[in-house]
Design a binder for this molecule. Structure first.
Ligand SMILES: Cc1ncc(COP(=O)(O)O)c(C=O)c1O
Length: 470
């Protein structure tokens, strides 16, 4: 099966026509719809192949964000399409409500074999936010089953993003997503994240910062009352805010704190699992075993929607007796086509040494981006694997951020269009600090890394000169 080339297909429509139809009828996610007009068109992506995308005007872009941290293996693979087509013919759909189907069984078994520690039980969802929400509900019921009736709170970190459904939103800490939906689901408690670049009081002492940050979680549990706290949820590397990596010893300390107070530790790996950090899961990179992992996105490389939580034997055990039921589920959770696609993706990871590619190039990627630190507006480079953030600053000495109109101008009017014009699709984020986020497909080569770093150099250099003139 070969991917069609829509860019010249007259039935799809011209670029302007498509954009106009989108403007009339399509409601884009998390998008200022009012910013589009007849002249400011909605960009339309029509095709993907490998690490590249094409828009409706025929322009080609390197996918520096794996679409949305999802496209691990590259677009347009006929082998994945074949598997999906075969699964549609064999069993196009059946729910996991009471019945099982072979692909869900095989995938659960495979995931259990890859996950750290005793995380052997897989509950499927359709994506990341519902996986997060599932994990919170499961944690609450777990405690109730053990007679701990009041543990409902969940602790997450400042600026972290965990999804937009009402439950996940209470865990998400980005104000822009929350402000219009108050009152939120009760129980979402916030603690400090691991933004070391701005923790100037710790100077170069990464370890002390890690212990202090973990200590803030303990202080929060104690302040809230341990008998009311169900879980702590953290990403291995926090995306929002720009790739906050864990300081040395941080995860181990958080694990010990959770154990001390009987709180479950949830690792939200919606971005980080399936190779983003060069390992299957965050625990293998940073040496910890959580009680629950949330995953989605890269599990199918974006070829079909799927999410999951992976639960330890200890946490699953109280659910496995008598008439106990986890009364929670989604029609499309563990969809057979998505499970078949995920199994194929995992096979490709193994056959084509995808994790090894990330690990082999990690240092090269880091060094390439760090070479940008000589530019006046590049303040910090941080991340791991194929997951990096570059913080842009107004004043390097003071680590002063761009704010307000200046930030808006810099990002929306200069950096984003200039990256796009030069054929690089990635994202700038000013939900916390101003960061450019890079997360290319895991098949990307050193030449691709050179392209990203080279393009960013031109764009940041231009942005600086532009700001001087303004
Ligand atoms: C860490 C994390 N958790 C949860 C989510 C929500 O996933 P979804 O958009 O599939 O609901 C995301 C989405 O980007 C995420 O990055």
């Amino acid at each position: 099966m070969k991917a069609p080339d829509n860019s010249e297909d007259s039935t799809v429509g011209t670029s302007h026509d498509l954009s106009e139809r989108a403007r009339r009828h399509l409601w884009l996610e998390v998008t200022r719809m009012g910013s589009f007009s007849q002249t400011n068109e909605i960009p339309v992506i029509v095709r993907g192949e490998g690490a590249y995308l094409w828009d409706a005007k025929g322009n080609r872009y390197f996918d520096g964000l794996s679409a949305l941290y999802t496209n691990q293996l590259g677009y347009g693979r006929p082998d994945i399409a074949d598997v999906a087509a075969r699964q549609i013919l064999e069993l196009s759909y059946f729910p996991l409500w009471t019945y099982a189907h072979p692909r869900a069984i095989e995938l659960a078994e495979k995931i259990a074999s890859l996950a750290p520690g005793d995380l052997n039980r897989v509950f499927f969802s359709t994506g990341g936010g519902d996986a997060v929400e599932t994990a919170w509900k499961l944690a609450r019921q777990y405690h109730r089953l053990r007679g701990d009736m009041d543990r409902y709170k969940i602790i997450s970190r400042n600026i972290a993003y965990h999804g937009t459904t009402m439950g996940a939103l209470a865990i998400t800490s980005v104000d822009a997503y929350r402000e219009n939906f108050q009152p939120l689901t009760p129980g979402g408690i916030k603690v400090t994240n691991t933004d070391f670049y701005h923790a100037v009081e710790f100077a170069d002492d990464h370890k002390a910062f890690g212990l202090w940050s973990a200590g803030q979680i303990e202080a929060t549990i104690v302040r809230e009352g341990p008998e009311s706290v169900a879980a702590v949820i953290l990403e291995p590397v926090q995306n929002a805010g720009g790739c906050f990596t864990p300081p040395p010893g941080y995860w181990q300390e958080v694990r010990a704190i959770c154990d001390r107070y009987g709180v479950l530790l949830i690792s939200d790996e919606v971005i980080c699992a399936f190779g983003r950090l060069g390992t299957w899961f965050g625990g293998q990179k940073y040496d910890y075993v959580p009680d629950i992992i949330c995953c989605a996105k890269g599990i199918t490389s974006g070829y079909s929607p799927l999410g999951a939580i992976i639960v330890s034997d200890r946490v699953a055990e109280p659910f496995m007796h008598g008439d106990t039921t986890f009364s929670h589920g989604f029609t499309y959770a563990g969809h057979p086509v998505s499970c078949a696609v995920a199994l194929k993706c995992i096979e490709i990871f193994e056959d084509e040494h995808i994790l090894e590619n990330v690990r082999d190039n990690e240092e090269y990627f880091e060094a390439s981006l760090e070479s940008l630190l000589d530019l006046p507006i590049v303040g910090d480079v941080r991340g791991a694997g194929y997951f990096w953030g570059i913080e842009l600053v107004k004043d390097k000495e003071k680590k002063e951020a761009f704010v307000g109109d200046e930030a808006h101008y810099l990002l929306r009017n200069y950096v984003v269009p200039e990256m796009f014009r030069r054929g690089l699709y990635c994202r700038v984020d000013d939900r916390g600090e101003t960061v450019v986020q890079l997360a290319p497909p895991l098949i990307s080569t050193r030449a691709d890394i050179d392209f990203m770093a080279g393009t960013l150099r031109e764009v940041f250099d231009g942005a600086h000169r532009h700001l001087l003139k303004a």
